[in-house]
Design a protein around this ligand. Structure first.
Ligand SMILES: [Zn+2]
Ligand SMILES: [Zn+2]
Length: 135
């Protein structure tokens, strides 16, 4: 708990109980949509509105303290900022997990094929997770 507070301060983000609890949720769940965060935070702060959750997320996004994981055809998920990585998403249960891939060859190929300067190589792969595959 204490170190979430410190992390927020170090990033120049004003510490509020609501923000702390968003950070704590993200520590536990890793990737959450605004709706999922709202449901979780509401348990501790029953009077909090969805708009307030959005506002807090945006404040932390601005400082790059949390990152948006854009998922095709789905609501974005949010995560605490960390080294650049890709994601796998389960089409059945919607779970999103981190995966580290070497994309150097892919971005180089994309740049060569399109003459773009590739800035963002965030990749979301989708499929069926092991537990959904088993059931
Ligand atoms: Zn699944
Ligand atoms: Zn991630």
């Amino acid at each position: 708990m204490k170190n979430c507070e410190l992390l927020l301060r170090e990033n120049g983000i004003k510490v509020t109980p609501q923000r702390l609890s968003i950070v704590e949720e993200l520590y536990g769940q890793v990737h959450m949509s605004v709706d999922e965060l709202y449901e979780a935070i509401k348990k501790k702060f029953p009077s909090i509105s969805l708009a307030t959750v959005y506002k807090n997320i945006n404040a932390m996004l601005e400082k790059s303290f949390i990152l948006e994981v854009k998922i095709p055809n789905q609501k974005s998920k949010y995560e605490l900022a960390k080294a650049s990585h890709s994601h796998v998403m389960c089409e059945s249960c919607g779970k999103v997990e981190d995966i580290t891939l070497d994309l150097h060859g892919i971005t180089e190929m994309a740049a060569n094929l399109t003459d773009y300067k590739i800035n963002d190589d965030a990749l979301v792969l989708s499929g069926i997770c092991p537990s959904c595959k088993a059931s």
